[in-house]
Write a protein that binds this ligand. Structure first.
Ligand code: ADP
Length: 267
């Protein structure tokens, strides 16, 4: 994909010379395409639940004299509207992350606290799915960043691990720090991800199995949010998986002392 997009203007200079002015529009052209794609994807994602809400509302009207049916339709209506709210929330989060290339709320953050807040947030889902989440020892590791964003990122990894695991299985959350790098790993014994799709799971709206993950209410945005947060913190996120056996997602972040030094360099 080495297409270069130029906008060319031509001006005549007298009778013998022509002046050509070429502007390189490659980057803005690419961004336009990305934006168009994003909007097309959003529209597609929203169409299904919005359609369902409409149909369910009609069904409710038709079934108004049968309490059982009314209850069933109302329950599904609630589910679909929750899904709409979640997708909208994630789109807002993602666009906010894309707009800000620097962290505005950065401070020293305890990774142990990020882990325990994320575990609190995912406890209800773990109980509902009968998945046991086990966390390792505290490390005291610190990083320079935005605690709320880091909790969002880790929350998304743990929520996925729970969501894509069978009942009765375990999810592990472990932290290690060495050589100025803090590593947080989330391991599950779940369905796994086909190897060819492992790199693509971080793309916006990508799902390995749309039917399956639509049933579980996913939007395909969770991991792209994780990637944005981690990269905004100068780190990276990687995935390993064996189909049918489980997956491990690892976030690596620069430890505080080093991160603070780098932030200082930029001034
Ligand atoms: P979703 O909201 O669909 O979970 P994500 O961006 O969080 O969106 O994940 C993208 C896709 O990656 C998911 O639809 C799922 O197919 C796959 N995936 C993510 N985490 C896991 C996991 N722990 N185990 C198996 N598949 C996963």
């Amino acid at each position: 994909e080495a297409n270069i997009v130029l906008s060319v203007r031509v001006a005549r200079l007298g009778a013998r010379y022509v002046l050509l002015v070429a502007d390189d529009r490659t980057e803005s052209h690419r961004l336009d395409a990305v934006r168009r794609d994003f909007i097309a994807n959003i529209s597609h994602e929203l169409k299904t639940p919005i359609g369902a809400v409409g149909l369910l509302a009609e069904a409710l009207q038709a079934a108004s004299s049968e309490p059982d049916q009314v209850r069933r339709f109302a329950k599904r209506l609630t589910k679909e509207s929750e899904r709409l709210a979640r997708i909208t929330q994630e789109i807002i989060e993602l666009s906010r992350l894309q707009a800000a290339d620097a962290l505005t709320e950065a401070e020293i953050v305890s990774i142990d606290r990020v882990v325990s807040l994320s575990l609190d947030e995912t406890k209800v889902a773990a109980d509902a799915n009968n998945v046991t989440v086990i966390s390792g020892k505290k490390t005291g590791a610190l990083i320079y960043g935005d605690e709320a964003l880091l909790v969002t990122a880790l929350h998304n990894l743990i929520a996925n691990a729970i969501q894509y695991s069978p009942r009765g299985s375990r999810v592990g959350v472990g932290v290690r720090n060495s050589d100025g790098v803090v590593e947080i790993a989330v391991t599950d014994q779940g369905v796994g991800i086909p190897e060819v799709e492992l790199d693509r799971v971080f793309e916006r709206f990508f799902r390995t199995d749309p039917a399956r993950s639509r049933r579980t209410g996913g939007s395909g945005l969770g991991l792209s949010i994780v990637k944005h947060v981690v990269e905004n913190h100068g780190g990276d996120v990687r995935a390993w998986s064996q189909l049918g056996r489980g997956s491990t997602f690892t976030i690596r972040l620069p430890e505080a002392s080093r991160a603070v030094a780098t932030a200082g360099d930029k001034k």
